[in-house]
Structure formats: C-alpha cells, structure tokens
Ligand binder design. Structure first.
Ligand code: ADP
Ligand code: MG
Length: 415
C-alpha cells in the first residue's frame, strides 16, 4: 500500500512525499486506519520505525477536517513526551507534515520563560506537544485549557505511565472530556504498565510489531569485555578508527559524562555532553551541532535515550551498561533509524556482568560477543595518546630547553 491510496488530505500527502517516504512502515500501516476511525490504540513497535508519523498523520488529518472556526478555541490534541528535546522534535514532525493544513502545532517545555508560551496558547494551538512539568504548571495557573481535547497521545508511553508520572496522568485525565481518543506509542512496555494503559481507556486496539525482539533489526549490536579503568582507551580507539562517524556515547551519570569528556579532551578528541545539569539553551545548541555533524561525538545520559531521532548516528557506544533492559533498547535504538543501518557496542566491566545477564534475559537472547585478544587489549591501551612516548619525549625536550635557558641566564647575570 502506498500513501497515495490513503484517505487523507492531499496537503498531508504532499508533505509525506516531500519527506521522501515511499510507503508506510509496518506500524504506520497498522495504526493509521484505526486512528482515523477514532479508536483508542496501544501501539508497540521497535525504535526508529516511524511511530511519530504513525500518529501525526491521522491526527493532522482528523483535525484539519474539523471546521476550525474562530480561534482561540482550545487545544484539540495533546501529545505528551518525556523530554524537552523530544517535544521540539515532535513539534517539528507535526509542523512539517502539517505544513499544507491549517493545523497549528506548538511545543511547550520547562527550562525557558513561560510567558511567550502563554501568548502562543492564547493565539490558538490545535496540537500541543508538552513535557509534563510545564504543562501542569500552566494548567494550574489557568493558562492552559483542557476541555476541548479530543485526542490524547502518550509517546514513550511506558515511561509516561511509570511511577513518577502516573499520578499526574491520572489527574490530567480528570481535566479531559470523557469522550476522547487515547493513543499510546512506545518501543517497550511491560505487563504492569500495559494494565495501567488499558485501565485508562475503554476498548484499546493493541498493535504490536515484532514483539519478540525489541531491538530493531537494522541494528547490529555487540558487547566487549573491558575493565572500568580501560574503557577510555577503547573509546578513544573506536572514535579514532572512525573519525567521520557520528557517535553517541551513553554513560550512567552526569558526572561520568563530564569525566569521559575530559578524558577525550586529554587525547585531543573533540566531544560534547548532554544531560539534565546543562542549561536548556546549551542542550539545544549541542543537539543542533550533533545533528548538523559539527560535533561528531556526543556523550549523553539516559535522558536523551528516549525518542531522539538523529538520522545518521552510525554508532552507539554504551560506555557504561544501562540500569535497565528498557534503557538498553532505547539507547541502541538511536542508531539504525528509518531505513538506515546502525551499530552499537557495549563496554562491559567485571562489575557489570550481572546487568548484562539481566539485559540479555529480557531481550530473550545473548548479545554478540566481540572477542578482544590479550595482545589487542594491551596495544589499544598503549596506543592511547595518553600513554604516547612522544609526550614524555616532548616533556624531556621542554626540560632540556628550560635548563639551557637557565644556564644562559646564569652566565649573563654573572657576566
Ligand atoms: P520511532 O518513534 O518509531 O522511534 P521516528 O518516528 O522518530 O521513529 O522515525 C524514525 C525515522 O524514520 C525518522 O527519521 C523518520 O523521518 C523516518 N520515517 C518515518 N516514516 C517513514 C517512512 N514511511 N518511510 C521512510 N522513513 C520514515
Ligand atoms: Mg518515537
């Protein structure tokens, strides 16, 4: 089936073809019709399989079909996402796909001044993409009305329904009209969260693509056994072997992110970090630089593992193993997006073997082992710029130079 055959607005089809999408992905094929019919949907499909367009296309069609009378008449579709970056990215997908419609899409998130956001809301927004924090702030101030919402989308649904957010989501439901459409999208979901999702809707249609292997088939992923203190040498080696590749490096904590960056600085490898301690503006700038390729190596914590779509990330390095199998799926899922292929490698130390076992159990199969011979292991460490002999040599040279100058000076002062 081609997009042309869908009963959707011509303007949306034009945008789809401008994006170069030839045919719908599996998840788009399966979810667009029931969403157009107004059904509730719980859709689970691997990372990078086009879930955003799977809900954006039918939502845009449904809303542009409405007679949009005078504005402002309140938000009609609310899309909730976990991070600022994902909010902006999703806003962009809605704007690009909705370019030839009258649907107005807008993202709100914390970390920036709220007044311009309120102004925009007052002008009229049809599709609001929001992170929970700022959204609830605006609701409690009365700056955001919920009574016109016809469609609620939870992207990264398992995360949005997880403990930290569930109370907020339940409260939110109370503000929404009883008659509405609810859509859940994610690459991962467990039984408990699935139950919560079903409890929030009446008759959800469940759509699941390749449930057996949560890791997308475009991704080749492997693990290498490397001790904690040696990881930086292997990262340096991986980066230097592929100097033109875009590489996303995941670490467990913000402190580790900065430490890894410092280690790379020492060996003249340029990199940037992204984590929640950074200013929003800086985070956006870093993402832009990574998207454009002016920054090739980005070191990130798990916050950026959800949903972010940077089309040509060739390699994901799990410098540290993640804390949960879901995170593993989302991290490696930053590569191999759309029709691209991607690679991921995890550095696993002795201390992390247990976690590796847990991840593999959840994935339902072992992760491919990259064999590293003793010789190669030693060579990689020795080859590091950090351990290069020339460094010693230049230090010695400097010392020589210094001694010579000192002698000269002494002579002069004596003479
Ligand atoms: P997911 O949410 O499933 O992880 P995204 O919605 O972020 O995936 O989409 C991943 C990539 O696939 C994006 O770069 C998007 O432009 C591309 N894509 C989406 N739909 C199609 C399609 N029908 N054909 C080709 N590429 C697509
Ligand atoms: Mg997504």
């Amino acid at each position: 089936m081609k997009f042309e055959e869908y009963k959707i607005a011509e303007g949306i089809k034009t945008s789809i073809s401008k994006l170069g999408f030839k045919k719908p992905t599996d998840i788009q094929f399966k979810s667009i019709p029931p969403i157009l019919r107004g059904e509730d949907v719980l859709a689970i499909a691997q990372t990078g399989t086009g879930k955003t367009a799977a809900f954006a296309i039918p939502v845009l069609h449904t809303l542009q079909d409405r007679k949009i009378k005078g504005r402002p008449d309140g938000v009609k579709c609310l899309v909730m996402v976990p991070t600022h970056e994902l909010a902006l990215q999703t806003e962009n997908v809605f704007r690009v796909l909705g370019k030839h419609t009258r649907v107005k899409s807008f993202a709100i998130h914390g970390g920036v001044d709220q007044d311009p956001q309120i102004k925009q809301l007052n002008k009229g927004v049809d599709v609001l993409i929001a992170t929970p924090g700022r959204m609830f702030d605006l609701v409690s101030q009365g700056a955001l009305q919920m009574h016109r919402i016809e469609i609620l989308v939870l992207d990264e649904a398992d995360h949005m329904l997880d403990m930290g957010f569930i109370k907020d989501i339940r409260d939110l439901m109370k503000h929404l009209p009883r008659k509405r459409q609810t859509l859940f999208f994610s690459a991962t979901i467990n039984e408990q969260i699935k139950k919560i999702a079903y409890s929030l809707v009446s008759d959800a249609i469940r759509i699941q693509i390749s449930p057996k292997d949560p890791v997308a088939k475009n991704i080749e992923h492997a693990v290498a056994f490397i001790e904690m203190d040696d990881k930086r040498f292997f990262l340096e080696s991986v980066i230097n072997n592929q100097p033109d590749q875009k590489i996303l490096v995941f670490v467990r904590t913000k402190v580790r992110a900065e430490r890894v960056k410092k280690a790379l600085d020492r060996v003249n490898v340029q990199s940037e970090t992204i984590h929640s301690d950074k200013e929003q503006e800086q985070r956006e700038l870093t993402m832009q630089q990574f998207r454009s390729g002016s920054v090739k190596v980005l070191i990130a914590t798990d916050i950026s593992a959800r949903g972010i779509d940077i089309p040509d990330v060739e390699l994901v390095v799990n410098y540290d193993l993640p804390e949960s199998p879901e995170y593993y799926v989302h991290r490696v899922g930053r590569t191999g997006r759309g029709t691209n292929k991607g690679q991921a490698i995890s550095f696993c130390s002795k201390e992390e073997r247990e976690m590796l076992g847990i991840i593999e159990e959840q994935l339902g199969k072992p992760i491919y082992r990259t064999e590293i011979s003793k010789g190669f292991y030693r060579d990689t460490i020795e080859a590091s710029k950090e351990n290069e002999e020339t460094d010693w040599q230049s230090l010695l040279d400097q010392e020589d130079e210094f001694q010579k100058k000192k002698k000269k000076k002494n002579k002069k002062s004596k003479g």
